[in-house]
Every structure is written in C-alpha cells, then in structure tokens.
Ligand binder design. Structure first.
Ligand code: TZP
Ligand code: MG
Length: 209
C-alpha cells in the first residue's frame, strides 16, 4: 500500500451547491493523498456512477481511491480498496472477494477491535471518532485522544485518526501520535477546500518530517 497522510472523504451534504469532482480535485490539489467515496443516502447506481468518476480523477492524480461499505462497487470500478465498519462485511470475507492486493481499512472504536483488524490482515484502521462529529449519524461516543495513544502503543499497522478533527484541534491529535488524519467536513465543507487541505497537510508534514 502506498503510504498516505491526509485522507479525505466525500460528504455531499457539505457542498450542496457544488460538484463533488471539483471539490475532491481541490482537496487533492491541496494535498489530500487518498480519497474515499462515502455517501449514505445514495442508491447503488448513483454510487457506482460517482465511483467511476472519482476513480478516473484519482488515477489522474495517482491517489488511491477507496469505496466505503460497498465491496461490489469497489470491484466494479477497480478501486484501490474498501473501508468497512464493524457491522459491514467482515474483513475475512472482504479479503476473500478482493484478494491480497486491494486495500482494506476497518473502522475501530476500541483496542480489541483494532487488534482483531490487525490480526485479520487489515491494511489500515480508522481510529475514532476522536471528537464529537455531526457527519456520522449512527456515530458511537467519541473515543478521545486516549484511544489514539493506545493504538500508537499497541498496534503496528497504519491508522488514521478521524472524527471532529479541525484545524484548531488537529495538533492535539498529532501530538497523541497520529501520523495520518482523516477529514470530512473541515475540508470538503470549507469555503476554500484547497486551502483547508493545504493547511492540514502542512501540519501533518511538520510532525512527520
Ligand atoms: N467515522 C468516524 S467519525 C466519521 C466517520 C466517517 C465522520 C468524520 O467526519 P468529520 O466531518 O471530519 O467530523
Ligand atoms: Mg460502513
């Protein structure tokens, strides 16, 4: 898996007047180095259409493209991988379908889930929601920075911190040991998407250099 540090996820509710491809292209131009399609209110057909276009965009920029929830759509568009939650298709089944070369990311909210994902062969895990967020409707309670520190101490595969991360609190997440940050609203909902992505990318670069 190509390494990444700024993971950006779509969220059409944050740019109702804008085209998603333009928004994501701006995020990439600002430094997003992996992209996920995550839209909970679309039909399969709508998602498939978006996935095809996003995959083309990501190929042009040589940025990995991940599909949330839908292994079939990921396969249909030859996405780089999928991101799955604790109630989605289990990692083992997704791996059987996708094979060894696709990226599989797993959302985790506690160390036990993180260990299970690592042992099961996940390529990366999501760690969150670190802070309260309005982006995810069925969200569990924030796990806080303590869970980030636990993952740093006990898990060896890459992880992304996610949930309520903004420019004003990202430093705390980086100080807790995160090297990869995942953002929805603070980037795709920003007035200046490219500038917002650039600001996050530069903060991450400072801690990773
Ligand atoms: N998983 C945990 S929190 C979250 C997801 C998809 C939403 C994060 O969105 P935001 O807008 O960056 O808080
Ligand atoms: Mg899911």
């Amino acid at each position: 898996m190509k390494d990444f540090s700024l993971y950006v996820i779509t969220g059409e509710q944050f740019y109702p007047e804008r085209n998603y491809l333009e928004v994501i292209e701006e995020a990439i131009n600002g430094g997003a180095d992996i992209v996920q399609l995550r839209e909970k209110k679309k039909t399969k057909r709508e998602l498939l259409d978006m996935a095809k276009h996003l995959k083309d965009l990501c190929v042009r920029y040589d940025v990995p493209f991940i599909v949330n929830d839908h292994v079939d759509i990921a396969l249909a568009v030859d996405a780089d991988g999928v991101h799955l939650g604790q109630d989605d298709l289990p990692l083992e089944e997704a791996r059987k379908i996708l094979g060894p070369d696709k990226i599989i990311g797993i959302s985790t909210h506690k160390l036990e889930e993180a260990k299970r994902a690592e042992e099961g062969g996940a390529d990366y895990i999501g760690v969150g929601p670190v802070f309260p967020t309005i982006t995810k409707e069925d969200v569990v309670d924030p796990v806080g920075l303590e869970y980030v520190r636990e993952v740093v101490a006990h898990i060896r595969i890459p992880f992304v911190a996610i949930g309520g991360i903004k420019l004003h609190n990202v430093d705390q997440v980086l100080e807790a040991g995160a090297e990869r940050i995942c953002i929805v609203s603070a980037i795709v909902g920003a007035e200046d998407v490219q500038g917002a992505a650039r600001a996050f990318a530069s903060k991450i670069k400072q801690v990773r250099k």
